[in-house]
Design a protein around this ligand. Structure first.
Ligand SMILES: O=C(O)c1cc(=O)[nH]c(=O)n1[C@@H]1O[C@H](COP(=O)(O)O)[C@@H](O)[C@H]1O
Length: 267
């Protein structure tokens, strides 16, 4: 099964909501958890437990685990293992990307079957060139996994570089999208794009592309509304509507109802 098929299956069965697992220190405090590795682990595993059976996809935010050093990465390892055991598709949000030779290390860390931090997909930054992500694409394809490449990010600072034009007139975002689509066409993989729900896709030169999955963060805390999903993206596109803080702020008792409420807001 390709990653595209797997993701499509998860979305058909469980819907488009992707629950972000972002253990911010302020959220740990709200959850009554310590701001240490044991806290992020209990937080992450509780979110996985609430998400299992409700949604198809979760996205742990690596930075907030890394912040706690090796013990935090150990916590992330167990959160990822729980999620995979629960049948959830896991997207490690680590936004990796380097020159080709060292990108192989990131591929081994996040996408190689059996790796401690193994995930089903990884977010990646294309600003050293989409071609430099070859090691990630290849590792993902060998294992039926995917890479989500940043195209048009949800934050306002991204626009200056992502809307900049190449010599051929395309925006940087459109060129990234073209390269990912070409990779998918050549290999049948299902690598995706990250396109923020907060941005105007047309202004970034991004046309809807049915064969490229989209990870769309920016719902909830950053202002986009889940109810608008089909106004923001074509109804037939494979889009993950991702939200973190707006759901996680509900606390340990409220997390499951908050996920149900978010699902209820989707069209
Ligand atoms: O790759 C991402 O997931 C991502 C890309 C982007 O353009 N914007 C964005 O917010 N994200 C991530 O999505 C999550 C958004 O969190 P909330 O704003 O709390 O819903 C964070 O983990 C961000 O790092």
């Amino acid at each position: 099964m390709t990653f595209f098929e797997r993701l499509g299956d998860a979305v058909r069965r469980r819907g488009a909501l992707c629950v972000g697992i972002d253990p911010h220190p302020a959220l740990l405090e709200r959850w009554g958890l310590p701001a240490d590795a044991s806290g992020v682990e209990r937080f992450g595993r509780a979110v996985v437990e609430a998400a299992a059976g409700r949604v198809g996809v979760v996205k742990p935010q690596a930075a907030l685990f890394e912040a706690l050093g090796p013990a935090g990465l150990g916590a992330l390892e167990r959160v990822l293992a729980d999620a995979r055991a629960a049948g959830l598709v896991t997207i490690a949000d680590a936004k990796r990307g380097d020159i080709g030779s060292t990108t192989l290390g990131y591929a081994a860390a996040w996408l190689e079957p059996g790796a401690p931090l193994e995930a089903d997909a990884l977010t990646a930054s294309p600003y050293l060139g989409v071609g430099a992500l070859e090691g990630l694409f290849a590792a993902a394809e060998r294992a039926g996994k995917g890479v989500f490449v940043l195209a048009a990010t949800s934050n306002p600072e991204g626009a200056a570089i992502q809307r900049a034009r190449l010599d051929d007139g395309r925006t940087v975002a459109a060129a990234v999208a073209d390269e990912v689509a070409a990779r998918n066409a050549a290999t049948g993989a299902g690598h995706g794009l990250v396109i923020g729900a907060t941005i105007d896709r047309a202004a970034f030169g991004l046309a809807p592309e049915a064969s490229t999955p989209v990870l769309a963060p920016g719902f909830g805390a950053q202002g986009a509304r889940l109810a608008d999903l089909h106004r923001l993206f074509p109804a037939d596109a494979l889009v993950l509507a991702s939200a973190s803080r707006s759901i996680l702020q509900a606390g340990p008792e409220g997390i499951a109802p908050a996920i149900d409420a978010a699902i209820g807001e989707l069209p």
